[in-house]
Design a protein around this ligand. Structure first.
Ligand code: ACM
Length: 261
């Protein structure tokens, strides 16, 4: 299965430009699953809830989801991407998974980072498994990475590939993912953004370093700060084997009754 990420620097508030950049970067790219960054069509550095409300969209039949769906059909590829979600009065930092047949699922970020708490509701979807081409997929967004319970829940439920859009501003996640992949024996696709956003004295510098990590904790590809698309060939069935050696199965050997006492 060919999987990978698109890393770029969205322009705040300019959906048309961001969608056009994504379309251009994907020209000629052939893959089964591609992950785009968190909030890829809006940008990240919101100043008020009103601003989020103006740019946020429903999960289906919106400008961003329609764009991704047509791209998905054109390329026969499944896309995971982060977007600002408006659901009635509520605003979520969400991601959607869209195949050529339509929406597969939406995940709402459970663990909000820093000032996101001023603008978004904490996600209420929980951690569920979605399937594409008979491969089990789990979704996490950015700061969810620092709560091992999130990915553990997905791996216990059978996830083979973790789709992880991000807007990382601290340096820890790309290396931490080596351990997350190893302890859960899953593939991880981290799609971070790059570039810098300066708004009203607020300045966010994003670290890039999008990557694909194997269940053995091997970095299959990791990039720097550049705008790019990277695709690697993986065998998702490798994530079904949780054996560390002939005596240790990483999930079966958990001593659940000893935890959280
Ligand atoms: C983050 O969760 N966007 C750092």
């Amino acid at each position: 299965m060919k999987v990978g990420f698109l890393q770029f620097s969205p322009v705040f508030g300019d959906k048309n430009k961001n969608l056009a950049t994504v379309e251009k970067l994907l020209r000629g790219v052939d893959a089964d699953i591609i992950v785009l960054p968190e909030l890829f069509s809006t940008g990240y550095t919101f100043l008020s809830k009103e601003e989020v409300t103006k740019l946020a969209e429903p999960g289906v039949q919106s400008e961003t989801s329609n764009f991704i769906l047509s791209l998905s059909k054109e390329k026969n590829c499944c896309f995971a991407y982060g977007f600002a979600e408006k659901d009635n009065q509520h605003l979520y930092d969400s991601m959607a998974l869209i195949s050529p047949d339509g929406l597969i699922g939406v995940y709402r970020k459970a663990h909000l980072f820093f000032e996101e708490k001023k603008f978004f509701q904490p996600g209420d979807t929980g951690f569920h498994i979605f399937e594409y081409k008979n491969v089990k997929l789990g979704m996490l967004i950015c700061f969810d990475w620092i709560y091992p319970e999130a990915m553990r829940t997905l791996s216990i439920k059978g996830a083979q590939i973790i789709l992880h859009p991000a807007n990382l501003v601290t340096p820890y996640c790309p290396d931490a993912m080596i351990t997350r992949a190893l302890e859960n024996r899953v593939f991880i696709i981290l799609a971070n953004r790059c570039g810098e956003e300066e708004r009203n004295g607020k300045n966010n510098k994003f670290i890039g370093q999008s990557e694909v990590v194997s269940p053995q904790g091997k970095i299959l590809v990791r990039v720097g700060q550049e705008e790019c698309v990277k695709i690697v060939d993986i065998d998702p069935s490798l994530a079904l084997n949780k054996k560390f050696n002939q005596y240790n199965d990483l999930l079966i050997d958990r001593r659940e009754h000893l935890y959280f006492r």
